[in-house]
Ligand binder design. Structure first.
Ligand SMILES: Cc1cc2nc3c(=O)[nH]c(=O)nc-3n(C[C@H](O)[C@H](O)[C@H](O)COP(=O)(O)OP(=O)(O)OC[C@H]3O[C@@H](n4cnc5c(N)ncnc54)[C@H](O)[C@@H]3O)c2cc1C
Length: 471
């Protein structure tokens, strides 16, 4: 066994670890930084899948949305020259739709109910205004509480409960508040432009009532956050650039190296033990360890009991890719969520919407396809079902021929159930009770409010600054 001496070790080479490494080397160039990852590529979920002659594709939709901490955004953006990014502002940063009630809705990502009979609309509007004026729930404990507080009972029960049940397989009463943030279910379209423009002046109404044209949002509804995506297709163009930059700064990478054990001495993690791609064992000494490779594996390596932690898992989820010679009929949308129960699609991404260069060799589309418990599907079945759903959405026509298609088994979004989230809270507590002075847990769900990359990086930034007494 080879033993080498290192200093600051990052387990996982996803965007959170790449960011921390760059932050440390920018502020403390003399520090030794080592990154290890089980994969042969950096980037984690923000890396790309390489289909050889067919090029790169992303894991579903992964665009960098500013976390609005200038130093963090600057460290990510400077991985590529400005000319090698597509940078979107204002109404163009997130052009999203939904498939809802049998129709692809492209003007707004929030359910549009304006075509409903007037008496129903009046009931919904009355309930919403009532819940806004007299909130029945001060501190929502689950996603149903959130819906009741946001919209009142009729809209919650008749419109939003079925949507959350489709997405997360549970009544929202059993879903953590995180579920109400994963997809945009916080607003509804009830009124036409002029009236909504007037209502927009009131914050509580602005937070509940959608503006019916996302490309013409009034200034008061737009923030400064930007969206960044590499000019070339494949977010890996940015994560690989970060890797090259870090190598130049002296960071060492051990890829294809899976952490399989942590060495603990007194109140510190003394070593990480790895198995590399050739099945050789290594160990690396650490002065500080940033764990950015998943909370449950950290728990396992620290001997935190996962007994009683029976994660409520989804049936397998797949990324299904197609390339067509014609532009998908999505009216400029970058992506849309499918809210209708009869479909297995979760989200459809139109890459050329935000990366025009993606269309160079056919217009790529990704269907995030969530199978069902009863399914026993081959890749060919998945391809044909996903293709049929694209046709039903009206995104492609029956006679379009795909020049490329592929199925890739993806990482599922964990079910944001109360049970799962409470178990993760317990796991976090037990990890903290180990009081390991040189261990910092970062990344996806390292804290219960941390999921999107902007949240992950803000949290990582706070933690790394605290460790270096930079606060
Ligand atoms: C299906 C899905 C869809 C998402 N969609 C969005 C979205 O649209 N927008 C958004 O902002 N966020 C989205 N997210 C969240 C986003 O992916 C995360 O915020 C982000 O990837 C977190 O980065 P990370 O570096 O913490 O982790 P990851 O990107 O998950 O990277 C973790 C790394 O750890 C490595 N690793 C794991 N175990 C080991 C081990 N034992 N040894 C060595 N290495 C190991 C993995 O190979 C991986 O490279 C989505 C997440 C999922 C799962």
């Amino acid at each position: 066994m080879h033993v080498s001496s290192e200093n600051i070790v990052l387990a996982g080479a996803g965007l959170s670890a790449l960011f921390i490494a760059k932050f440390v080397k920018t502020h403390f160039p003399e520090k030794t930084v080592t990154i290890v990852d089980a994969s042969s590529e950096v980037g984690g979920q923000f890396g790309s899948i390489d289909f050889g002659p067919h090029g790169l594709v992303d894991h579903g939709m992964h665009v960098y949305y500013d976390c609005c901490v200038p130093e963090v955004d600057q460290l990510i953006q400077s991985a590529l020259p400005d000319s090698e990014w597509n940078i979107y502002h204002d109404n163009e940063k997130d052009v999203a739709g939904i498939f809802f009630n049998g129709k692809l809705q492209t003007h707004s990502p929030y359910p549009d109910l304006r075509a409903l009979p007037a008496d129903k609309l009046a009931r919904y509007a009355g309930d919403l205004l009532q819940s806004c004026a007299n909130p029945s729930i001060d501190e929502p404990q689950n996603s149903y509480d959130f819906l009741l507080g946001q919209f009142g009972k009729s809209l919650a029960d008749e419109i939003f409960v079925p949507i959350l049940e489709k997405l997360h397989l549970r009544h929202p009463r059993e879903l953590h508040l995180l579920a109400s943030r994963l997809t945009a279910i916080n607003r509804v379209n009830l009124f036409d432009f002029d009236f909504v423009a007037e209502l927009s002046a009131v914050e509580k109404l602005r937070d509940r009532i959608a503006f019916p044209d996302q490309m013409a949002l009034p200034r008061i509804r737009v923030n400064n956050q930007r969206a960044l995506y590499p000019a070339k297709f494949g977010f890996a163009h940015a994560t690989r650039a970060l890797q090259h930059e870090l190598i130049k700064m002296g960071v060492k990478f051990h890829l294809k190296s899976r952490v399989n054990r942590l060495g603990i001495a007194a109140d510190r993690v003394s070593h990480i033990h790895l198995t590399d791609g050739d099945q050789n064992d290594h160990s690396i000494e650490c002065d500080q360890l940033y764990w950015a490779a998943g909370l449950t594996s950290l728990a396992k390596f620290l001997g935190v009991s996962l007994q009683g932690f029976m994660p409520e898992k989804r049936p397998p989820t797949y990324f299904v890719y197609f390339k067509f010679g014609r532009k998908p009929m999505m009216d400029g949308l970058y992506y849309f969520y499918c809210f209708d129960r009869s479909f297995r699609s979760f989200r459809v991404t139109n890459y050329s919407g935000y990366c025009p260069q993606a269309a160079n060799e056919g217009f790529p589309i990704c269907v995030e396809f969530w199978s069902r418990e009863s399914d026993s599907l081959s890749d060919a079945d998945i391809l044909s079902l996903a293709r049929r759903e694209l046709e039903s959405f009206g995104v492609v026509a029956r006679d379009w021929i795909a020049s490329f298609s592929a199925v890739y088994k993806g990482n599922a979004i964990p079910i944001p159930s109360l049970s799962n989230m409470h178990s993760l809270d317990r796991v976090r507590d037990e990890i903290n009770q180990k009081n390991l002075l040189n261990l910092t847990s970062v990344g996806l769900l390292s804290e219960n409010h941390v999921f999107f990359i902007s949240e992950v990086l803000r949290d990582a930034y706070d933690k790394v600054r605290r460790n270096f007494n930079l606060n």
